[in-house]
Design a protein around this ligand. Structure first.
Ligand code: MN
Length: 247
């Protein structure tokens, strides 16, 4: 088995290292990750500037681009074989609810899914410096083993979020749906030392609706949350309504 690891926190992030190390149990691991933090890069692709690649050590590549660039570089150029699985993570911070549309972690898994490769986005729900990355890495190995053994349904990739606790304290994984954020982002404006205004987006901790069945609900109760995602954003119900319009 060949597994590619990536994420948006940058090649030196503890989550990437813990994940790459743990997944070696299942096969050969190649890491292709941004050379610096690129969180909230979403699904952006670099088209108007060149990309540089630095091989830091064997099977460890830093790219001066986005997570989506890394998946493209890894699969079309850097990996010796087409991988059996792409795992993006372990992200430093949760990827829940509608916030996943901003996520570089989820976008990398999405990109692999677009290429027909099974993919998992893996996040640890903490912003603490010393989170339980090793416990989350063990969860990642378990989920990855299932994906490698059973495959995934067509047009499906996984968004996995782990509570920040030891394996003993962790509740069993729940299959969940994508929740919803309940807070509208605020913009803070301040003045810089040269007297010019600057603005900062999203200064508050996001809050989610604690609805049963959602990713947020599961995580709040120390369950591992596993949400199957797909890329068809079509609202099929609305198609019926719109087809009645006089256009
Ligand atoms: Mn990140």
């Amino acid at each position: 088995m060949h597994i590619m690891v990536t994420n948006d926190d940058g090649i030196h992030a503890p989550g990437i290292l813990a994940l790459a190390e743990a997944l070696r149990e299942l096969g050969t691991v190649t890491v292709v990750a941004p050379d610096r933090e690129r969180s909230a890069a979403g699904h952006s692709l670099t088209l108007h500037s060149p990309l540089r690649v630095f091989e830091l050590r064997d099977g460890f590549f830093a790219v001066d681009g986005t997570p989506t660039d890394c998946v493209n570089m890894g699969i079309h150029s850097l990996l010796p074989v087409r991988p059996d699985l792409v795992v993006s993570g372990i992200n430093h911070g949760p990827n829940l609810g509608d916030d996943i549309t901003y996520s570089g972690t989820v976008a990398a898994a999405m990109e692999a899914n677009l290429m027909g490769i099974p993919a998992i986005a893996m996040s640890l729900a903490t912003f603490e410096r010393h989170g339980h990355f090793d416990a989350a890495a063990q969860v990642a190995v378990r989920v990855a083993r299932q994906v490698l053994t059973n495959g995934l349904p067509a047009d499906t990739f996984l968004n996995v979020n782990c509570p920040d606790c030891s394996l003993d304290e962790m509740q069993p994984p729940l299959v969940t749906r994508q929740g919803m954020r309940s807070f509208i982002g605020k913009i803070v404006d301040k003045t810089d030392p040269r007297g010019r205004k600057y603005y900062w987006i999203g200064s508050e901790e996001p809050d989610f609706n604690d609805e049963p069945g959602t990713d947020f609900y599961a995580l709040n109760r120390r369950h591992v949350s596993i949400t199957p995602l797909h890329l068809d954003l079509t609202n099929y119900e609305s198609m019926k309504i719109l087809s009645g319009w006089q256009l």
